[in-house]
Ligand binder design. Structure first.
Ligand SMILES: [Zn+2]
Length: 127
């Protein structure tokens, strides 16, 4: 359990690199990645990221920003963003569970999301 410094809430996670660290899809509500912020037409609003998620045994990570301190992005319009979002949708929809992810799914595993890839990878019969 870690105590979130900004609201005192306790959440399953650990403390790493000086920030609260969560497993993939385990982040507390109110925290979003940079991409999720952008999808909402928002920017961090000058506030640095406050936590991180780590997955792929710690090899991949993403910064998490507080949604409550984020600001509406003055840049791209929602229409532009939605066009982009649609173009990326096929690349980000899991072929196994149909869930929309906030990262691009690799064609090498048949475009499956991380949890699906973990649970449905066929076991090697030679091992
Ligand atoms: Zn999936």
């Amino acid at each position: 359990m870690v105590r979130l410094p900004w609201n005192g809430q306790h959440w399953p996670g650990r403390w790493a690199d000086g920030v609260p660290t969560f497993r993939f899809r385990d982040a507390p509500p109110g925290l979003v990645t940079r991409r999720q912020l952008r999808a909402r037409d928002m920017c961090p609003g000058g506030v640095d990221w406050v936590a991180q998620i780590r997955w792929s045994r710690g090899r991949r990570w993403a910064a998490l920003y507080r949604l409550d301190t984020a600001k509406q992005s003055p840049g791209a319009t929602t229409a532009q963003l939605q066009a982009l979002w649609k173009a990326n949708r096929a690349l980000r929809t899991c072929a196994a569970c149909g869930q929309f992810t906030d990262y691009r799914l690799p064609a090498s595993n048949g475009r499956r999301c991380w949890p699906c890839d973990q649970t449905t990878t066929p076991t090697d019969p030679t091992t």
